[in-house]
Design a protein around this ligand. Sequence first.
Ligand code: NAP
Ligand code: F7E
Length: 324
Amino acid sequence: MSEPRRALVTGITGQDGSYLAEFLLERGYEVYGLVRRASLQRFERIEHLRERVELVHGDLLDQASLARALDLARPHEIYNLAAQSFVPTSWTEPVLTAEFTGLGVTRLLECVRQRCPDARFYQASSSEMFGKVREVPQRESTPFYPRSPYGAAKAYAHHITVNYRESYGLYASCGILFNHESPRRGREFVTRKVSLGAAAIARGRAKTLPMGNLDARRDWGFAGDYVEAMWKMLQLDAPDDFVIATGEMHSVREVCEIAFAALGLDWRAHVTLDPKLLRPAEVDQLVGDASKARAKLGWQPRTTFRELIERMARADYDATPPAS
Ligand code: NAP
Ligand code: F7E
């Protein structure tokens, strides 16, 4: 009998990590997750999987801990999802962002090269690397023009992953994922902030929702659909890089319209503008061309933008108790 496939997921406590762990468990993988030590350990997103995944302590800042995690997990596949992923924090903590999101990838790749060079490696690259876009829509060959310390760190991480592939023959692939969301999205990201805000207002717990740039446009998909693409990338005969996106662009204003309407509200009566939420440099628009993923991976998104935002608004409404 052949041994089960083993996967190590960094960032397993994050939005994508939790969906990917579910996906891999369904396919019979033994799943190991890298977690950081905290004084109050909060594993909300993977609570329902705790009995089925093996958690290993480690941090992208600590190379020895990464080596130990690889030795323990002996993975066939490694998904590097860990990062400081909130763009505004990358201006207030630029060095830490570069350490986690950029150099952390080199630390992990170096350990992979030394300890398990036959393992397949997935790097979570980002559409933020396109920043001030050079062409529309963006595809794998579109030049990068990052607009934040986060985007710059991800561009470094992307290039170093390609470099390790070409220098050492590692099986290392980058998924250039456009924004993807879910009811498990971090509360500070725009879709979740709006779904939580609309739910609080509908439940009588708040009256207004302060927002930043309503004109920003993004290509938003559902995280559950996107983790399947990560896995498909590592099943190919040869490593490669792929844009993963819906191909549709919508504004933050439309997110507000749909989320509030789903709860019977008119967003214009509640959304206010707070200049403090504007960014030092904005990414005005992003929209991806995922035709390579469609052709080579057989991947396409299943969830529409409207379904996604309505689902998030309803989930937050259900989870918000009425004001007493
Ligand atoms: P997320 O919810 O913010 O999760 C980030 C994860 O990284 C958390 O598990 C976090 O652990 C972990 N982490 C942070 N710093 C770490 C460190 N120094 N050592 C070990 N673990 C660390 O992010 P996500 O939305 O799931 O995104 C997953 C990955 O895809 C990230 O790399 C992100 O940059 C990238 N990405 C996301 C999107 C998107 O739209 N969601 C699009 C493109 C690329 P704690 O729980 O301990 O904080
Ligand atoms: O902002 C605008 C904001 O924080 C989207 C990360 O997962 O996707 C994400 O990065 C847009 C921006 O995501 C508010 O200015 C307006 O234009 O949800 P976000 P992001 O910066 O696009 C990429 C692909 C990643 O890789 C990242 O890790 O919405 N916006 N008003 C606002 N944004 C926030 N957060 N809050 C506001 O009040």
